[in-house]
Write a protein that binds this ligand. Structure first.
Ligand code: ZN
Ligand code: ZN
Ligand code: FE
Length: 761
């Protein structure tokens, strides 16, 4: 009995070798019919015996290509047409929705083998790729994902490449960026002034320049990198001073996992992430006594490591003489990564000595992603190249919403049906260049999600650039979502749960519902609403924004809260204040409350603690002081005991740092070592957060604890909290795929707004 069935596959099914895969399976079972890309998904019709068709469908599900992901599948039986041949049809039309743009993927083992095979026609060709690997999102100009809509459209395929591209049995069948030395993009080496100095093999030339200590700008997948030899201290320092990036850690690229393990503690999960096709930067605890320049990652506990992910990286690292290459996003401080050749020559003037360019345009800016492992689970801290624009799947379908994100570490998000499309990392909205990049992303994301929602979600903060963008949008409904509520909802969304839960939003600063500065919040929260059930005790931020750059000011505020007017003697004992006379001036600020807003921010408490421990009076980036406290705690011993107090104010639980600060000052006075104090601080905090959650559980009966906010990037704190909360009987939910920092805010905003729309309908 002959049947014919028509299937529609939705999900990540284009640009991942799905059609040749279907072709091979259908031919293998002697089925007739066709496979075709449509705007709404991939349509497959198969005709043959019922058993063969059932077997075919099982094969599809069991043997799916590595980067494909079926999000939806429907099938219907239709009339047989007497077809016994199976074919791949040219892309057709159809209504939008259902097809997801694939993410850029690291060079696959098959392509690597060819890259280093002297007999292969693509031997040492830096743009080798196939249906399983290569650029995707970063070369896309228009939808659908077809060569004509990518930056490869200006490279006509040579006859050999065309044969591969058109042969369903070939592993390059419809590999849109397919190319070879005869027809594809090529490398050029330029001097800083723009003069072409390519002679022979530009990769070998570039490697030689790096060996000599030069700074090389290198065009990659999602933008330019600046590269230097990581073992050359003078060169790394020169890069730092030229980039005005005095202390932020620089990422390293190493040849393989063994090389990574020589520099940092690489466990099983770190290893898997390093080798994953997403190839993120993996944060791992530094080892002592390596040959890496100390200027690579001063004052932080981790090194950021990644493996080569483009053919060019593989060729460069194969030159062999580097322990590691610094590979940092090519930009001036606070600006987005460069993508255009001319843009790079312009913007990197005075930073890079040489430029290794190519003529394949990058159409979508995409920074490297960052992942850290804690509690033996990997957690994405920056979701960009390799992950974006793969959607996250939600627990149910929601109405369409575009969320505009916060001010720092901004991303955008569109929720549509049961999918959430997060943009690649955009960054801090503090420079005109970053804002331009934000606008670019705002133009691209609706194409990726194939919709333009009539509702936008934004932060409550009236001064955020992203809030102003929302207000500019005509004929759009605006829904404002409180910052820490958005953090908690983002964690609900990625875990596929809805409220109510106890949300622990431990964060830097965000605009509170009452207009004050929040950041250490206990929220009884569901997707659409929340109540503030608890918070950190308030303290002043003397000088407002200035206090973020000068943590000694916060240290002073903590001492003032703890000791009253006699704080000055304690501060003198700790040598906290930078100059004579600052104490009296600070005391005046405290008395009169001038330009010193009150906050409940845990991130700022960390800054204050860092200054009391003598770690940092000033910082050059947000979170730096907190990282120093974490670094101190790593490897410290448990010899000191500290604790917070628990109180209540106006029906809200208050976590009181006064006993903690007094205990710390006391321990310092007794000459206890700072490492042990840092360990005790983390432990006290984990216990206190759990005790607070316990109080809220007593009142509300809620037993699910949801952790979010930038403070949970601190792995000592995160692991401590998970352990304490689980010991106390909570079900604990944490971030894995979405950043716990502000990179996840847009997802929370979108889902919260969508849930509110549903509730009101
Ligand atoms: Zn490949
Ligand atoms: Zn070719
Ligand atoms: Fe935040």
């Amino acid at each position: 009995m002959i049947k014919r069935v028509r299937y529609l596959f939705r999900g990540i099914v284009q640009g991942v070798g799905f059609r040749p895969f279907i072709y091979r399976l259908a031919v293998g079972r002697s089925l007739g019919g066709f496979v075709q890309n449509r705007a709404g998904g991939v349509v497959v019709e198969v005709e043959g015996g019922a058993a063969a068709i059932d077997g075919f469908l099982c094969d599809v599900q069991d043997q799916l290509p590595p980067h494909a992901d079926i999000a939806g599948l429907s099938g219907e039986e239709i009339a047989p047409q007497g077809e016994s041949v199976f074919q791949i049809l040219a892309s057709g039309g159809g209504e939008g929705g259902g097809v997801h743009i694939p993410a850029d993927t690291a060079t696959c083992p098959d392509c690597l083998r060819e890259l280093f095979d002297p007999q292969d026609r693509r031997y040492r060709y830096p743009f080798i790729n196939c249906t399983n690997c290569g650029p995707r999102l970063t070369i896309i100009g228009e939808i659908p994902y077809d060569r004509a809509n990518t930056s490869m459209s200006c490279f006509p395929l040579c006859s050999q490449c065309r044969k591969e591209y058109e042969d369903p049995a070939d592993r390059r069948f419809h590999a849109e960026p397919n190319a070879c030395p005869a027809c594809g993009p090529s490398l050029r080496l330029l001097e800083a002034g723009g003069r072409d100095m390519t002679a022979g093999d530009p990769v070998a030339q570039a490697a030689e320049l790096l060996r000599g200590g030069s700074i090389l700008a290198l065009k990659g997948l999602g933008g330019f990198h600046l590269a230097v030899d990581a073992a050359n201290h003078e060169a790394v320092s020169r890069l730092r001073s030229r980039k005005f990036r005095e202390e932020k850690p620089l990422a390293l690229m190493v040849r393989d996992v063994d090389a990574a393990a020589r520099l940092a503690e690489v466990g099983g999960e770190e290893r898997d992430r390093l080798l994953s096709p997403e190839r993120p930067i993996v944060l791992a605890r530094k080892k002592e006594g390596t040959f890496i320049s100390p200027a690579v990652a001063p004052g932080v506990p981790d090194l950021g490591l990644m493996l080569p992910y483009t053919p060019l990286h593989h060729l460069l690292l194969a030159e062999g003489f580097f322990i590691a290459l610094v590979m940092t996003s090519a930009n001036q401080v606070d600006e987005p990564i460069c993508i255009g050749n001319r843009e790079a020559l312009e913007r990197l003037k005075g930073i890079a000595d040489f430029f290794l360019m190519n003529n394949r345009d990058i159409l979508v800016r995409c920074d490297d992603s960052i992942v850290a492992v804690s509690g033996r689970r990997s957690r994405v801290l920056r979701r960009s190249r390799g992950y974006a624009p793969k959607p996250l799947f939600l627990r149910q379908a929601f109405p369409e919403v575009l969320a505009l994100g916060p001010q720092l570490k901004a991303t955008l998000c569109i929720v549509k049906g049961n999918a959430a499309f997060l943009s690649p990392h955009i960054g801090d909205m503090e420079t005109p260049q970053a804002r331009d990049f934000y606008r670019e992303s705002l133009a691209i994301l609706p194409k990726i999600a194939e919709c333009s929602p009539g509702t936008v979600a934004c932060d409550l903060h009236p001064g955020y650039y992203t809030t102003r963008v929302a207000e500019e949008m005509q004929e759009t409904r605006i829904i404002r979502v409180q910052h820490h509520h958005a953090h908690i909802v983002s964690c609900l969304a990625e875990n596929g749960i809805s409220g109510p839960v106890i949300g622990l939003a431990m964060d830097g600063t965000g605009y509170g519902s009452d207009g004050t500065v929040w950041g250490g919040e206990f929220l009884a929260a569901s997707e659409e609403s929340f109540e503030r059930a608890g918070r950190l005790r308030l303290f002043r931020l003397p000088g407002g924004e200035k206090a973020i750059r000068e943590p000694w000011r916060i240290g002073a505020a903590l001492l003032r809260e703890t000791y009253g007017p006699s704080w000055l003697e304690v501060a003198a004992g700790l040598k906290l204040l930078p100059e004579e006379g600052t104490g009296e001036w600070m005391e005046q600020i405290f008395r009169q409350g001038i330009n010193s807003p009150l906050t409940s921010s845990l991130g700022r408490l960390f800054d204050g603690v860092a200054s009391l421990l003598g770690l940092r009076r000033k910082v050059s980036f947000e979170g730096q002081a907190a990282m120093a406290v974490e670094a101190l705690a790593v490897g410290g011993r448990e010899e000191v005991s500290l604790s917070f107090g628990l109180g209540e104010e106006a029906g809200v639980h208050v976590l009181d740092f006064v006993p903690l600060v007094a205990g710390m000052v006391d321990a310092l006075g007794k000459g206890r070592n700072r490492e042990a104090i840092a360990v005790a601080f983390h432990r006290a905090l984990s216990e206190a957060l759990t005790a607070m959650a316990g109080k809220i559980r007593e009142e509300t009966g809620l037993r699910r604890a949801v952790l979010s906010g930038g403070c949970f990037q601190n792995r000592v704190l995160l692991e401590g909290c998970i352990a304490e909360l689980e010991k106390a009987g909570f079900d604990v939910y944490t971030h894995r795929q979405v950043p716990t920092n502000d990179g996840g805010i847009s997802l929370g905003q979108a889902v919260s707004a969508a849930a509110r729309i549903m509730k009101n309908n």
